[in-house]
Ligand binder design. Structure first.
Ligand code: GLV
Ligand code: MN
Ligand code: MN
Length: 424
């Protein structure tokens, strides 16, 4: 739960001298309904709820349940609902419109706001605009932003970075193909959605890092999104008896990975900047038994930076280190497809609209900042102007059940999004 709770004046719940925030009706100058927004946000949290977080990976029952519920809310609002072949869910306004949204799938064990915030806020802004005769606003919840199959797969296919055919061959860590997983969409799938009907895309998201929370600021207006490279690597040695196989005769795949990790950390020091990150986040050791020398290890290797040349240099270091380790430990190396997205810069005009709205909603409590996390906006930038804004993540925690944001900050994000969309 957040550290503070947003209460409307007519709920009469705000004690004086409390740390709670209190806004009078006059302060709520936007037409958006914060109450309806928060209620919807908490409703989406129920799909795949586990503890304080969510387990809602792409195409799972909870993911499709959440999408069906969002689709019903979009229809109630007066938007035309459409699922495309990837399972990206659109709520379409008539004619040319501004597209707002994010994603509603989650990490295997994820937080309740990562993605869902941007979709539900978009829904509230579009609904308010229809109710008040405002500008045409459409809503999207992209599919597989969290990369069960790749890197922001749904928006990547939608904006032409991956063909459907190439995407269909991607597999998750259990070996399930995307083609097999998306068959669960069944009859939901309608006609493709043409990106040219949108004038731009704006995404509200939690920061997922410590910057805003540490500075006690409310809004981050994003300037750039970092680039990423991601691939699965398999090291194969020889499975054997853990009691009888002398150390010098072993071809131990786990020892290979362990040596690779240590050497890589050392060598990358000469290449990286303080903002550069790299992660081995998924490891599958086979056969994963106490008394067997591991014959195979399959692991994810991901690296991120804002500079394409540095991403390339890191790749060379990774490849050279792998070759050296394989040679020293008698291992074979198999490389999965190299997935990735290049860094992108936000559209100046849309960014300026966010800056103006941020100054109105949170004067002196917002900043310009880059995004170290990846977002669908990176892919959408290939098709139209894009911009993004962040609200703080308490303690900088995300991709974890503990992820949370104060309600006052969630509401501030909604109001800035509405202001930038011209729904005020
Ligand atoms: C998106 O969830 C990312 O991994 O940055
Ligand atoms: Mn996200
Ligand atoms: Mn995420």
């Amino acid at each position: 739960m957040g550290r503070t709770r947003f209460v409307l004046v007519n709920e009469g719940l705000c004690p004086s001298n409390s740390p709670w925030y209190f806004w009078s009706e006059e302060d709520v100058f936007m037409a958006v309904s914060t109450e309806r927004f928060l209620k919807d946000l908490h409703f989406v949290r129920r799909f795949g709820a586990q503890g304080t977080g969510v387990v809602r990976p792409a195409y799972s029952g909870p993911d499709l349940g959440a999408r069906d519920w969002l689709a019903s809310r979009m229809a109630e609002a007066g938007l035309a609902v459409r699922f495309d072949a990837m399972g990206n869910l659109f709520g379409l306004a008539e004619g040319q419109s501004l597209l707002l949204g994010s994603h509603s799938d989650s990490q295997p064990t994820g937080g309740w706001l990562d993605g869902a915030l941007g979709v539900v806020a978009a829904l509230e802004v579009a609904r308010t605009s229809l109710e008040t005769g405002g500008p045409a606003i459409s809503v999207v919840s992209f599919q597989d932003e969290e990369g069960r199959f790749g890197v922001t797969t749904g928006s990547n296919v939608w904006c032409g970075g991956l063909t459907q055919c190439t995407a269909d061959a991607l597999t998750d860590h259990a070996g399930v193909t995307l083609a097999a997983a998306r068959a669960a969409l069944g009859e939901r799938v309608g006609a493709p959605v043409d990106p040219s009907q949108f004038t731009g895309y704006v995404e509200l998201h939690i920061e997922q890092g410590p910057v805003l929370d540490t500075a006690r600021e409310q809004i981050g207006v994003v300037t750039d999104i970092v680039g990423i490279r991601d691939r699965v690597i398999t090291l194969t040695g020889a499975q054997n008896h853990a009691g009888t196989t002398p150390m010098h005769l072993r071809r131990d795949a786990f020892q290979g990975l362990s040596a690779f990790n240590a050497m890589l950390n050392d060598r990358l020091r000469n290449v990286v900047m303080p903002s550069t990150v790299w992660t081995i986040g998924h490891v599958a050791v086979a056969p994963n038994a106490s008394s067997i020398v591991p014959g195979q290890v399959r692991f994810s290797m991901q690296w991120r930076d804002g500079d394409i040349a540095r991403l390339d240099r890191m790749q060379s270091v990774i490849d050279e280190t792998l070759a050296q380790v394989a040679d020293a430990h008698g291992l074979d190396v198999e490389l999965g497809p190299l997935l990735g997205l290049d860094p992108v810069t936000m559209d100046a005009a849309l960014q300026a609209r966010l800056e103006a709205a941020a100054e109105k909603v949170a004067p002196g409590k917002w900043r310009l900042m880059p995004s170290g996390a990846l977002h669908d906006a990176t892919n959408v930038a290939r098709c139209m102007p894009v911009a993004m804004l962040f609200v703080p993540s308490i303690g900088g925690i995300s991709h974890a059940f503990e992820e949370d944001t104060d309600e006052v900050d969630l509401v501030a994000g909604l109001r800035v999004l509405a202001g930038a969309a011209g729904v005020a």
